[in-house]
Design a protein around this ligand. Sequence first.
Ligand code: FBP
Length: 266
Amino acid sequence: MKIKVNHLMKNNKSLMIACDQGLEHGPTDFNLKNIDPNYILDIALEGRFNAVILQSGIAEKYYHEAYRDVPLVAKLNGKTNLGRGSPVSKQICSVDRAIKLGATAVGYTAYPGSANEANNFAEFGKIVEQAHDYGIPAILWSYPRGETIRNDLTTDILAHAARIGLELGADFIKIKYNHDPEAFKWVVKNAGRARVLTAGGSKVDSHDFIRSSEEIMKTGATGIAVGRNIWQADKPFALAHALREIIFRNKQSSEVLPYLDNEKAN
Ligand code: FBP
């Protein structure tokens, strides 16, 4: 069965927007504007993102006809940050349900190194099997975490996270970026034919975010899957425009940074 991946990319590159932080972090990430999923879906559509990443509940209530031009990645597991200890994130939505909600790809977070690693791998293994039976891609958020992992941003740990995704059958692997472009090239190599997307992280200055996105795209990564840095930004559309130019047109950050100053706040 051929796995369809091209709808999540343009010229083999990708810019995705994530909105699953309400579950993961709680409403502290939001303000009166972006607490509304429609606000984020509007950014996804008008900012011409290659996919929007949602939990099933939000997909069911908000991912309506008007947004269907933006492919849906349904996130199949999730956890909060309310508990203590090793992260446990179990599957809460099936591949079948995701497809009924309009998803054309599914996502799952594994925490290699955590007490729950084996369960994560077993669940994701089944998800890959089911998704691939339907010909749709599976995206693994590969976030090493647990008592023995003091620093999840070392090259070895990130390279391992990438390799895990490849070996478990992920089509895209979402990992964190360590701001070391030379070392990150090795991380990307470890993903083999699976494609690497980097996570956005908590909000930083938009100029810095553009600069690090330019850096990331030079490491061989396929793109970025960003949340807070877009929908917490003052000018999300201008920022999306600048990122598109960097990701799809190989522009330099110095060429696109002026967009942030010139385009009206939106
Ligand atoms: P951001 O760009 O906002 O960091 O989102 C990326 C993401 O992977 C989300 O999909 C997820 O909710 C969040 O980060 C989880 O991050 P963490 O486990 O580090 O709190």
